[in-house]
Structure formats: structure tokens, C-alpha cells
Ligand binder design. Structure first.
Ligand code: FAD
Length: 350
């Protein structure tokens, strides 16, 4: 690209809230560029729970994380936002003319009048197994997320962790015999450092039930080493609570230790933070830097709840808050999508 892309709005983060920000800006006829470090839109919904049902999106009784994302993408289609995926926003600098210079890890640069940070929990960094030599097996036989469950069908799995992800996936790969689940593993061992869980009690009960039926095995201990043969992972060593280290054979290890909240470069842009979240007002969801707004999980204010529906509301107010930076002359009025001919035009539904 020759020079920086000049635009009215840059959205950092293409999670559900960043996507809906495109919509709210679009209604006010503000075009946006949207950037995400992940190679696909959807944020946590797609990265962490694409197949899990969400029940608290207003007027959508149930949809999965992936469905929510697909619907948002469809809803924002009329506004023709430009997506820049697989690149992290590294630099945000205020220029003398009041606009902002934005740069990504891939060298894409922008000059923009406003910025909407919808960075959620930050760039995704799953906590990894702290064992020597794991790196070369990552994505091959050691996994920190499940992208396609089918790849684990018929395998001997070791699932590590004590939260909902570990329990849900252990149950998912184990229970296939009941409902013809095509993802059923050959065997499932659940490993956690203690006999206590941070997961839904129903899942824990189900896990104990499956263990009693010898369909799953639960071990208390920690992975201490990798067992390999000719460059192929054949198992791990597990240091048990009793002080004994045992070899646990397996084809694949799925470790779920959660994400470490890595705000990443966002922390370096001179924005007021509180516990790694961006402080905003609740009138415009603007940060301490005029022209920079923050919406969704990344922000904090009194009473903040990290819910998708709260993020959607924040997007609407942030868009109105930003309009004067883009159209200083224009008075922006609230209009209904139902009845406004002007909104019908921007939505392409005339
Ligand atoms: P995110 O979804 O976190 O997206 C932020 C995006 O910004 C990410 O894609 C990230 O890669 C990107 N990003 C960050 N920093 C940068 C950077 N510097 N450059 C480029 N990109 C960057 N909420 C509900 O309301 N209902 C539910 O039922 C529900 N269930 C959940 C279940 C689970 C298992 C989890 C983990 C969460 C659940 N949530 C639920 C919470 C919900 O997913 C979040 O509130 C929501 O995803 C926040 O959206 P967001 O767009 O603000 O951030």
C-alpha cells in the first residue's frame, strides 16, 4: 500500500461487539475499517465457544457463538466495512491535526478521525503446558483449543484442566456412544491438579458418573514430561498427588488452562486503565483520549457487566458520541430503522 488509508473510523477487534459497532456507525453513515489479530471474525464467540448455545441475546432465544457471528456479519453487510484480519493493531498515535495514526503488525497503516477499541480480553493467548519440548507438538498432538472436533474421533485423549472447557470437551468426546456422536474418542482421560473443579456442577456429576461406568478415567496430577517415540508423542508423564510419576499413554493432549488476559499493545496507547480495562464514561463510552472510544469486554465503568448485550448498547452510544468528530457541522438525530427512509437507504432496503 502506498500510504496510510484515510478513514473516519477504525475498529480494533472483530468480536461480536466490534462487528455491531460497524452497524451502529453505518446507520450514521460512518464507514469503518475493522482489524483483528485472529484470522476470522467473531472474537471469543468463535474462538472459545463456536458450538455452544447463547441464550441471552435479546429476541434470539438461542444461537451458537458461530451463528451469532454469522448473523452479525450478515446484518452489517450493507455497510461494506473493510476487514483486515490476521493482524494486530500495534500503534495508535495522535497526530497534530487531531486525527490518529494507526498501524498493524502487518504494516497496514491508517489515518482516522475516530477509533473504537473492541479488543475484548485482548489478543488470544491460551495458557500453555509448562513442560519442556511441548512447542514442537503444539497444534499437532498438543492442543489448547478444539477447532475441529472430528480430528479427535477415535483417538486416545488426555484432557487436562478443571474448568468448563476441560469438562465439556472431556464429556463431549466421551459420550458419543449415547447419541451417535461422530466425534467420539477411543478413550478419554481427564487430568486435573486437584479433585475439585471450577465447572458447572452438572458437568462434574456427569463426569463422575462416566468414571463409575468406566467410560472415562479421572486422574489427579500434573503433566511433568512428554513421552515420545521417533518424534511422535506417545504419552506424557504425570506427577500424581501421591508423589509418584506415571506414564499416561495418549495420542493427543487437550489442555484447557484458560486464556491469560493479554491486553497487549492496547495498554501502551496512553489510555486510562483500571485493572487492565479501559476506563470510559457511560454517556459516549469515550476514553480519556477524545476521539477514542472503547466498547465491549475491554472497557470498564461503574456497574459494567461483560455481556454481549451490554456491548451492543455501548456501540450505539459510542457511534452517536463519535459523530461530531466526523460531521462537526451536522446535527445527528435518532431515527428508527422501521420508519426512516434515510436509514432504509443506508441499509439498502428501499
Ligand atoms: P471479544 O469477543 O473478546 O473480541 C475481541 C477481539 O479483539 C478478539 O477477536 C481479539 O483477537 C481482538 N483484539 C484484541 N486486541 C487486538 C489488537 N491489538 N489488534 C487486533 N485485534 C485485537 N456473553 C453473553 O452475553 N452471553 C453468553 O451466554 C456468553 N457465554 C460465554 C461463554 C464462554 C465460554 C465465554 C468465554 C464467554 C461468554 N460470554 C457470553 C462473554 C462474551 O463472549 C463476551 O462478552 C464477548 O465476546 C465480548 O465481545 P467483544 O467483541 O467485546 O470482545
Amino acid at each position: 500500500h502506498a500510504g496510510p488509508i484515510e478513514t473516519d473510523a477504525v475498529i480494533v477487534g472483530a468480536g461480536p461487539v466490534g462487528l455491531f459497532q460497524v452497524f451502529e456507525l453505518g446507520l450514521l453513515e460512518i464507514k469503518a475499517h475493522i482489524i483483528d489479530s485472529l484470522p476470522h471474525p467473531g472474537g471469543q464467540c468463535v474462538e472459545l465457544y463456536p458450538d455452544k448455545p447463547i441464550y441471552d441475546i435479546p429476541a434470539v432465544p438461542v444461537c451458537t457463538g458461530q451463528e451469532l457471528t454469522d448473523n452479525l456479519l450478515k446484518q452489517i453487510e450493507p455497510f461494506g466495512a473493510t476487514f483486515h484480519l490476521g493482524q494486530e493493531v500495534t500503534t495508535v498515535q495522535k497526530q497534530d491535526d487531531g486525527r490518529f495514526f494507526v498501524a498493524t503488525s502487518k504494516g497496514t497503516t491508517f489515518v482516522t478521525k475516530t477509533i473504537f477499541i473492541a479488543g475484548g480480553v485482548g489478543s488470544f493467548q491460551p495458557r500453555t503446558l509448562k513442560v519442556e519440548g511441548v512447542e514442537k507438538y503444539e497444534g499437532d498432538s498438543i492442543h489448547y483449543r478444539v477447532k475441529s472436533p472430528a480430528q479427535f474421533a477415535g483417538k486416545n485423549l488426555l484432557v487436562v484442566g478443571g474448568g468448563d472447557s476441560a469438562l465439556d470437551w472431556a464429556l463431549n468426546f466421551c459420550e458419543g456412544n449415547k447419541d451417535g456422536n461422530p466425534h467420539k474418542a477411543e478413550s478419554v482421560i481427564l487430568l486435573h491438579r486437584r479433585d475439585g473443579f471450577r465447572a458447572a456442577p452438572a458437568s462434574v456429576a456427569k463426569m463422575h458418573e462416566l468414571c463409575e461406568q468406566h467410560e472415562m478415567q479421572f486422574l489427579v496430577g500434573q503433566v511433568s514430561d512428554i513421552v515420545e517415540n521417533d518424534g511422535v508423542l506417545t504419552g506424557v508423564k504425570v506427577a500424581g498427588a501421591d508423589g509418584v510419576t506415571r506414564v499416561v499413554p495418549c495420542d493427543a493432549v487437550l489442555a484447557f488452562f484458560g486464556l491469560s488476559p493479554k491486553l497487549g499493545p492496547i495498554a501502551e496507547w496512553g489510555l486510562a486503565l483500571e485493572r487492565k480495562q479501559i476506563v470510559v464514561d457511560t454517556e459516549k463510552f469515550q476514553t480519556n483520549v477524545p476521539g477514542i472510544f472503547a466498547v465491549g469486554d475491554v472497557n470498564t465503568y461503574p456497574g459494567k457487566k461483560k455481556l454481549i448485550l451490554s456491548g451492543f448498547h455501548e456501540c450505539a452510544l459510542a457511534a452517536f458520541g463519535a459523530a461530531p468528530y466526523i460531521f462537526p457541522e451536522k446535527r445527528v438525530h435518532l431515527q428508527y430503522t422501521t420508519t426512516s427512509p434515510k436509514l432504509h437507504k443506508v441499509l439498502g432496503v428501499e
